[in-house]
Design a protein around this ligand. Structure first.
Ligand code: UDP
Ligand code: MG
Length: 337
């Protein structure tokens, strides 16, 4: 009998959380020889998500939940889920039903064939704006040029099934600035992509915008490659070469032809150009410095406030598979909030 945990990060999802369970259950019930349990991670929601999760966990034996002490973001929430999931495999899904649960039987089949990381590849990118697609192209191109030994998977997100081997590998990486897409790729193992179309949100609103996407791209760059730093060296070198050539031209002009070289406009242009380049270089160095700053603190990735109806003192992530215990005879929703 295989055991699979479905990990679901939730942030302000009170409108969809109750639709989620029956919808997924419908597709997993009939998978032979496989027991499913759920681990919802409440990522500091400010609406009624936590109350709904408590009620669900009280009602259904196979629902578990963790509640983080505040909003940490989807990536830390997923990490908490992976830390506490006790299945032989984990399926990570969004709570808004954008990841079709109908794909789960196929994912499980591929996993049983021997794949460790069965990942959903989006087939619906065509509908996105030109700007968004261009930016995505640029990002992947830069990451590819970065000369890493592993290549980021295109259009592949967090909807995936991970074998215990992948989970334990991911759990070893306790970095704070988590670019999960890169981490999944970094660990390797046998990957298999399957196509799926992202569904419209069942209810509620997305928390992503262009600014957040830009930040994610920056995080991806700075946590997985130092190529931008090297690019700055090349930029510096080419500017210096150009400067030497230009100096020679000006010198010859002045000495041979007595040309009183025009001053202000050229000076101004060069000055501003150099100033801009220097600021750019500083900014890039700053980004890396920021990464070091965050990582050097060694803060925990998330803090847990409550788990399955019990308020808990979080003292580090748990040992592999010694996490929540499934049967909870005396489960009670805590009264103290
Ligand atoms: N999410 C989260 N913490 C956050 C933001 C989002 O746990 O700070 C969860 C959210 O509840 C959902 C998933 O991450 O289950 C994806 O979020 P969303 O649907 O807003 O993003 P999109 O589908 O638009 O990429
Ligand atoms: Mg969504």
């Amino acid at each position: 009998m295989d055991k699979i945990t479905i990990v679901v990060p939730c942030y302000n999802e009170e409108e969809v959380i109750e639709l989620f369970y029956p919808e997924v259950q419908k597709h997993v019930e009939n998978i032979p020889d496989c027991k499913f349990n759920y681990l919802f991670v409440n990522d500091g929601s400010r609406d009624g998500t936590l109350e709904k999760l408590r009620a669900l966990a009280e009602k259904y034996e196979n629902i578990n939940y963790l509640s983080l002490s505040r909003n940490f973001g989807k990536e830390p929430a997923m990490m908490a889920g992976l830390d506490y999931a006790d299945g032989d495999a984990v399926i990570i899904m969004d709570s808004d039903l954008q990841h079709p649960p109908s794909a789960i039987p196929e994912m499980v089949r591929l996993w049983r064939e021997g794949y460790d990381d069965v990942c959903g590849k989006r087939t619906d990118r065509a509908g996105e704006t030109f700007f968004k697609r261009t930016m995505a192209n640029l990002f992947y191109a830069m990451m590819k040029r970065a000369g890493n030994r592993y290549e980021l998977q295109r259009d592949v997100g967090d909807f995936r099934l991970l074998d215990r081997r992948c989970i334990e590998a991911l759990r070893l990486m306790r970095e704070n600035q988590r670019f999960t897409k890169g981490l999944f790729t970094w660990v390797g193992f046998r990957k298999k992509e399957f196509p799926f179309a992202v569904q419209p949100r069942a209810a509620g609103t997305t928390t992503w915008n262009y600014f957040a996407l830009f930040n994610l791209a920056m995080k991806g760059m700075t946590s997985f490659t130092t190529a931008p730093l090297r690019m700055m060296i090349f930029l510096g070198l080419s500017v210096s070469c150009f400067a030497i050539i230009y100096m020679l031209i000006v010198l010859f002009d002045a000495l041979l032809y007595g040309d009183p070289v025009a001053g202000y406009p050229t000076l101004m242009t060069v000055l501003l150009f150099l100033g801009g380049t220097q600021l750019l270089a500083l900014g890039i160095i700053g980004e890396y410095l920021g990464q070091i700053f965050y990582e050097s603190k060694h803060r925990p990735i998330y803090l847990i406030d409550e788990m399955n109806g019990e308020r808990m003192v979080y003292s580090g992530f748990p040992a592999p598979k010694e996490n929540f215990t499934a049967p909870r005879e005396n489960f009670k929703t805590p009264t103290k909030k």
